[in-house]
Design a protein around this ligand. Structure first.
Ligand code: 4AD
Ligand code: MG
Length: 461
């Protein structure tokens, strides 16, 4: 007999004589010759109540059925007389698949702190909160692919191993097969001559450069995969490994880019509101009471769009004592970004045309020669969710910008080639998937929205 998902049993239209469920026992309560098991199989937030008669045929292995144990149960799905659930299962057979010693199983009934649960990231998906989180994450990932597919974008698998630094920020993890203390290479060979690729290799910080190459052939593409940054900032918003969604569109400018970013954030928000309601309700109840109202705003309201210079004026005249002072030329900090969308506009904000000095080399230089066609989409609770730009499609300007940024032209010959052969205006952005999940659930630490967080000095699991 095949097992039925608890989610389907709980939504059953009728009683069923014979079903099989498999799952983990969340709690067990004994009363008047019966055991009441709350069983969860991960298919949904809710548990299934299973009633085992202590003298019945299912009784055999009951003694070892404790919180955390894995069981397989055969029985009948019947209407539950008790409050709180429509259906329950009356067991006629019970098999213990794997016990869980009550002395050592860490997830006993009481609530645990997020900090503690991070130390047992291998077990935390068995809690209500983290089960809900990772179902939402899965559903949101599906929504990403659906969004782009519906708009004619092609999914590009950009490489993880790379020889170039997209952001030019020097925050790359080196990948090497060299021994820790390699013997000195013969004169002139360079330190990586004997390395796997014969040159310096790293984990990618972004799939953008490759996405630009493919957008210049397939028109509209997107990447969605892990990216890596060795920035040593221990903040609740930065992880060393995070997932990024990076669309890239040929024949598009900054305004098309802003439209796409706004549409994407809205579509993902609507998708989780429509498909993850039960799991989201948990976060609205226990994590952020304003969550639903905020998500409705994000899903429905047009986003504010304003130039960086105007944003700086608003911040300077706000009367707020920010930790980091603002002035034209300074990068906006999370406190500024959150002030703009949480307090000033009370909705998501897209800031565009940033000073060229604080943005990456590939962003298109504006006619004022001072700013670039960059845009950041800022959202409540998180700050920067999306960063993107129109790209510099003019060969000579790009060449100058690469040199100005102290980068080597010969490392980017292929990137420049795109500007030599059929160059077109194009634009794209990166959306931090974990930041989206923080926004969608109200969870304030990035370590709690990614299955196994990687942060400075932390690489357990
Ligand atoms: O603004 P960023 O650095 O932009 C890029 O990497 C561009 N190449 C994207 C593009 O245009 N295709 O990063 C984009 C987004 C940020 O807005 C943020 O949401 C997220 O990626 N992000 C991080 N998320 C978690 N941990 C980190 N260390 C992150 N760094 C960036
Ligand atoms: Mg950015």
């Amino acid at each position: 007999m095949k097992r039925t998902l608890i989610k389907n049993l709980l939504n059953s239209a009728a009683a069923l004589n014979r079903v099989r469920v498999s799952g983990w026992v969340r709690t067990r309560r004994d009363s008047k010759g019966f055991s009441f098991l709350e069983v969860n199989d991960g298919s949904c937030l809710k548990n299934l109540q299973v009633i085992v008669e202590e003298t019945g045929p299912a009784f055999g292995q009951l003694a070892a059925v404790t919180t955390g144990a894995a069981v397989e149960i055969d029985g009948a799905l019947v209407e539950s007389p008790g409050a709180g659930q429509k259906w329950e299962v009356r067991a006629i057979g019970l098999r213990l698949l794997g016990g869980a010693d009550p002395e050592t199983f860490p997830l006993q009934k009481k609530r645990h702190t997020d900090e503690f649960l991070r130390t047992i990231a291998h077990l935390r998906p068995r809690t209500n909160k983290y089960g809900a989180m990772f179902r939402i994450r899965s559903e949101a990932a599906f929504a990403v692919h659906r969004f782009f597919r519906e708009r004619g974008f092609h999914y590009l698998h950009s490489p993880i191993l790379t020889g170039s630094d997209c952001e030019g920020a020097g925050e790359m993890f080196r990948v090497t097969t060299l021994p820790l203390h390699p013997p000195a290479s013969p004169e002139g060979d360079g330190p990586f001559a004997d390395d796997f690729f014969g040159k310096e290799a790293s984990l990618t910080v972004s799939g953008q450069l490759e996405a630009e190459l493919f957008a210049s052939a397939l028109g509209s593409v997107y990447t969605f995969g892990p990216t890596f940054r060795a920035e040593n900032s221990n903040t609740p918003r930065h992880a060393a490994e995070f997932w990024m969604i990076e669309p890239e569109m040929a024949f598009a400018d900054l305004s098309d880019n802003m439209d796409l970013a706004e549409d994407l954030v809205k579509a993902l928000t609507v998708h989780v509101l429509e498909n993850c309601r039960e799991d989201l309700d948990l976060f609205a109840k226990f994590v952020d009471k304003q969550l639903m109202a905020s998500l409705e705003t994000i899903a429905a309201q047009p986003y504010e769009r304003l130039p960086y210079a105007d944003a700086v004026d608003i911040l300077k005249t706000s009367g707020r004592a920010f930790e980091f002072p603002v002035d034209f030329g300074a990068d906006l900090q999370t406190e500024h970004e959150r002030f703009l969308c949480e307090e000033h506009f009370k909705k998501p904000v897209i800031v565009y045309n940033y000073p060229r000095e604080i943005k990456a080399f590939y962003m298109r230089l504006n006619d004022d020669d001072r700013t670039v066609a960059a845009m950041d989409l800022l959202v409540p609770r998180v700050g920067e969710l999306v960063g993107g730009s129109q790209r510099e499609e003019r060969y000579d300007v790009l060449e100058r910008r690469i040199l100005e940024n102290g980068m080597k032209l010969e490392s980017y010959w292929w990137y420049l080639d795109i500007r030599r052969f059929g160059s077109v205006p194009h634009a794209g952005f990166g959306l931090g998937f974990e930041r989206f999940l923080m926004m969608a659930t109200g969870v304030t630490n990035i370590r709690d929205v990614i299955p196994f967080p990687r942060t400075p000095k932390h690489l357990e699991f």
